[in-house]
Design a protein around this ligand. Structure first.
Ligand code: BG6
Ligand code: MG
Length: 218
């Protein structure tokens, strides 16, 4: 076992913005009379805004919606979501997360964010997390969303680290798939826990310290 870098998903791993995504999509769905529940919500983890909308619209029974209208709906969801994000502060990051990130760096591991979100920069800034990472790869830099490995491969490139020396930490099944497709090690956390394809399952965020103890990263 050998890794030199850890690439973290953002929503649902470093911060609980997955809850805000849920609330924003729920508000939009309710307005449109679409049944939206946790089952649908789970399918939205890790996938892009527009793909999330397409999944939600599978249950829409109204007249066909044009691409232009879809863009407007996605924008509307995003403005509801951004209202939640604008209330975020450094207190929205647990001590466990901060402490673990600090210790991982002390061990000589490179750290990056690998997120499908176009709001990643805003979230990192609001929560004061930016300084913990050597690189950020996000939704503004990719053309294909998870389960495609693009976002993680860009992170690895930015870290100048070969993919097989990277460990991806994810709460989305699509993210575990993406990490594997990129030839990286994967750790399932939160909602992805129990994912049979992941190399590791994390009971807690600080479990990363035990896991990476065995890594030859110095
Ligand atoms: C991912 C979330 O991190 O980002 C998805 O898990 C979300 O649910 C995606 O759709 C895109 O986010 P944003 O902020 O660009 O709408
Ligand atoms: Mg996530």
């Amino acid at each position: 076992m050998d890794a030199q870098a850890v690439i973290f998903d953002l929503d649902g791993v470093l911060v609980h913005t997955d809850r805000f995504h849920y609330l924003a999509w729920k508000e939009l769905s309710d307005e449109m009379g679409i049944r939206f529940d946790e089952e649908v919500n789970e399918r939205l983890r890790g996938v892009s805004r527009m793909q999330s909308l397409e999944i939600i619209l599978e249950r829409y029974e109204g007249a066909p919606i044009s691409m232009e209208e879809k863009e407007k709906l996605a924008e509307k969801k995003n403005s509801i979501y951004r209202q939640y994000l604008s209330g975020m502060t450094p207190k929205d990051v647990s001590d466990e997360v901060r402490d673990t990130l600090k210790k991982l760096r002390e061990r000589g591991l490179l750290l990056a964010v690998g997120s499908s979100s176009k709001n990643a920069g805003f979230i990192l800034e609001k929560t004061g997390l930016s300084g913990y990472f050597d690189a950020v790869s996000d939704g503004t830099m990719i053309t294909r969303t998870k389960p495609d490995p693009e976002v993680f491969l860009i992170a690895a490139q930015l870290l100048h680290t070969p993919p097989e020396k990277c460990l991806v930490v994810e709460d989305a099944d699509a993210g575990i798939e993406a990490g594997r497709a990129g030839g990286m090690l994967t750790a399932a956390y939160g909602a992805a826990k129990g994912n049979k394809n992941a190399d590791y399952n994390l009971e807690s965020f600080s479990g990363l310290l035990i896991l990476t103890d065995a890594f030859n990263c110095r």
